[in-house]
Design a protein around this ligand. Structure first.
Ligand code: BGC
Length: 733
């Protein structure tokens, strides 16, 4: 792997899905999977649109993919040359992750010689609707070529098809496809302009779902032919008249030309890296993997939006229903707070705007306040089904309780909002719905509390903690502590009302004194598990009485490799084997709750009992190991998180459901490990401090963070940390 470039040489059919994730490019508005130009839905080709969902029949609601304007293939001397079918002499895919440029080179063997195609494409970082592509063709003899290029509206879905109508029109030389979604009749418009060697002479072909240009020419021996394409995507979600806007925007970009737009793309990415890049001297693999992870976060960030969040699988397709999980606030937010707080604000604004959805969910289950969606789509709609896993043996849906019982989600929103405000000093978010959101989440936990008879102890029963394999447990330590934190944060805001008029105004609907006293009481009396006599903090009531075994033993009990480990009768359910960091996540969140010794005892106990069945797990163990002064133990887990998308190989199935895609939470977790773990950065009370504990191979670690309108550049060696204030312009909040 070279710096800022990742590449895969050779063609491997088994890698098509993984490469789709690996070579993804995006700009927060859309994510373009790293598939090849001739690919279709069978190869999970997708231009995934942020925030646009559709539901067909009883199928799950899922995000919609735009018709694909990159679709291109060629026939040489009457024979079609495409992967995966045709024979190649060589093939490679590359990504310049510094600038969001994706390349491909394939040499096809034809009857008379070879034909080579070389391509490049991007999702434009400044002009969010724009896609650009160059497609070069050469041959080592005079070949008769038919080039087909245009828009493929036969898009990938898991629970579709999502377009009821697809209309195709030619507007001068522009191909226009207008599609209408099934559920909300939302318009999706794709307009495409393409010319070969600067000449526009072409025929057109329409089939039911493809609208193509057909360009016939003789490709002279060793002479380069090039197809230049620009295309835009607009939907009824972003504007009143997507057709008009699409035409206008495309015309502007065509006027500027491909090279100009490409140059802008490069400049724009350079600008983004200024406060994002992390330099690691002495460990190229770690440096590349980490910055590649950050590339993924930057590619899906809502820079362009005021209110938009990031799905758990980024913009990599249909998996996980394109839904937003706790992943955003708990794992991704830190990176954006440190580098692009405006994007962080959009993430939290999405939660504030979806408060009504959360309130409705709470009411539905008979609670007060705000119970956020476990799998949130637009409006806070919870896409999580009561039967979220399919039993591989019977083919029947299994009752799972993620949606009803993973109540820790609301506290993650509170954590995100309060962290944003503390880091940026921007209280506007609180005055405009943030404070109310915090209070509503606290009211939710208030209505969950149960007082144990004859005691002064409040419990939370019947929940699922971060470890999803154990359902419906009592007093999950992480959940109870996060609920306590929520009460505490609500009390801080309620106390602020006496000296801050705007806060008092924002919370005027509440009986301030009465509710504050109640939350203070809750925070005092909620049951928080303590370490037992061996120093182990039980994950929930009775956890340590479960069978104590190993991950390997549990794995060996599987009858089917896709079998679900948790739920009513999963192989892990009655054992101490857990899916992902749980108590450890609590210890990372609240490092002052425990001594370093307690933390290390629990790390050592839980790590061997953790399957790491979620990409969210390794980074938490890694951060905790650092806070116990064990950077070497942290290092392999850090790499695992940082390489989640580079290497692939993560879990692709839950029962019979495909859950592959990119892993932005792992990317964010790797970032937190580098900065807060190895970098030992602490940000509190107006101060940025850093106590380095770099792993052996790291000679120097250098990065920037933003804190309360100030940029800090931090350079660390094993012995020293230098923190320097940098003066430069900051983005308006
Ligand atoms: C994990 C959750 C996570 C979700 C989305 C699940 O496998 O258990 O904690 O939020 O994936 O990443």
């Amino acid at each position: 792997m070279k710096n800022w470039i990742i590449e895969k040489t050779g063609f491997d059919q088994q890698e098509i899905a993984a490469n789709g994730n690996r070579f993804l490019c995006g700009n927060g508005y859309m994510g373009i999977r790293g598939t090849l130009e001739e690919y279709g839905k069978e190869q999970l080709c997708a231009i995934n649109l942020a925030g646009l969902y559709d539901k067909v029949g009883e199928g799950w609601r899922e995000p919609v993919n735009a018709p694909n304007p990159l679709y291109t293939f060629l026939c040489v001397d009457g024979v079609k040359y495409v992967l995966p079918q045709s024979e190649t002499i060589c093939h490679e895919q590359r990504l310049d992750y510094r600038h969001g440029l994706v390349y491909r080179k394939t040499v096809f063997k034809t009857a008379q010689g070879t034909v080579t195609i070389t391509t490049e494409h991007f999702a434009h970082m400044e002009k969010r609707h724009l896609i650009g592509m160059m497609y070069y063709i050469t041959s080592d003899y005079d070949a008769e070529v038919e080039l087909y290029t245009g828009i493929d509206a036969d898009v990938w879905d898991i629970n579709g098809p999502h377009y009821d109508e697809v209309n195709m029109n030619l507007d001068e030389n522009t191909l226009v496809v207008q599609a209408v979604t099934h559920e909300k009749k939302e318009k999706v418009v794709v307009a495409e302009y393409g010319v070969l060697n600067g000449i526009c002479e072409q025929a057109y072909e329409k089939s039911e779902k493809k609208f193509l240009r057909k360009i016939c020419f003789q490709c002279r021996k060793n002479k380069l032919a090039y197809l230049e394409k620009l295309a835009v995507v607009y939907t009824g979600n972003d504007c009143g008249d997507p057709l008009e806007d699409a035409k206008k925007d495309l015309a502007e970009s065509v006027n500027m030309g491909y090279s100009f737009m490409r140059k802008k793309q490069i400049d724009c990415w350079e600008e983004l890296w200024k406060n994002s890049e992390v330099e690691i001297t002495g460990d190229k693999d770690a440096e590349c993997a980490l910055n590649y992870s950050l590339y993924h976060l930057l590619s899906i960030a809502p820079f362009h939006a005021k209110s938009q969040s990031i799905p758990a699988r980024g913009l990599s397709g249909q998996t996980y229903k394109g839904a937003v999980f706790w992943d955003t606030e708990m794992f991704m937010l830190d990176f954006f707070l440190n580098s692009h707080p405006k994007a962080a604000k959009a993430l939290l604004q999405y939660r504030i705007d979806t408060l009504p959805g959360a309130q409705e969910k709470a009411r539905h289950y008979g609670y007060e306040g705000a119970f956020y969606a476990w799998e949130s789509q637009e409006g806070g709609f919870d896409a999580c089904s009561d039967y979220n896993v399919t039993d591989v043996f019977t083919g029947r849906p299994m009752r799972t309780y993620f949606k009803d019982k993973q109540v820790h989600i609301s506290a993650a929103i509170v954590y995100g909002i309060m962290k944003y405000v503390n880091r940026t000093g921007d209280s506007e978010l609180l005055y405009h719905g943030g404070a109310e959101t915090v209070l509503e989440c606290a009211r939710f936990y208030d209505s969950l509390l149960l007082q144990k008879v004859h005691t002064d102890v409040y419990e939370i029963r019947d929940v699922i903690g971060p470890d999803e394999y154990h359902e419906r447990v009592n007093n999950n330590g992480y959940t109870n502590r996060m609920a306590q934190y929520t009460f505490e944060q609500a009390c801080i805001l309620l106390r602020q009302c006496s000296k801050d008029k705007r806060m008092a105004e924002a919370l005027k609907e509440y009986d301030i004194e009465q509710i504050r006293m109640r939350f203070e009481d809750n925070a005092r009396k909620i049951y928080i598990p303590k370490p037992d006599k061996e120093g182990i903090v039980p994950q929930f009531d009775g956890y340590r009485k479960l069978e104590d075994t190993t991950v390997e033993k549990v794995r060996s009990r599987l009858l089917n490799e896709k079998e679900y480990w948790g739920g009513a009768y999963g192989v892990a359910s009655d054992t101490q084997i857990i899916k992902q960091a749980d108590v450890v996540t609590w210890m990372v969140m609240f490092p002052d709750d425990f001594t370093a010794e307690e933390k290390w005892i629990n790390w050592s106990y839980y790590e061997p009992r953790t399957e790491h069945g979620s990409s969210l797990s390794a980074c938490m163990y890694s951060i905790l190991a650092c806070s116990c002064g064990k950077p070497q133990e942290a290092y392999p887990l850090f790499l695992k998180s940082a390489q989640a998308d580079l290497k692939g190989g993560g879990k692709e199935w839950a029962g019979d459901i495909y859950i592959g895609g990119t892993h932005p939470a792992a990317a964010g977790g790797a970032y937190m490990t580098a900065i807060n773990g190895f970098g030992g950065v602490k940000i509190a009370d107006g101060q940025v401090t850093a106590v380095p504990q770099l792993p052996e191979s790291w000679e120097k670690l250098k990065f920037r963070i933003l804190y309360q309108n100030q940029i800090y550049e931090i350079t660390e060696t094993k012995e020293n940390a230098e923190i320097r204030k940098v003066s430069c312009e900051l983005e308006e909040m």
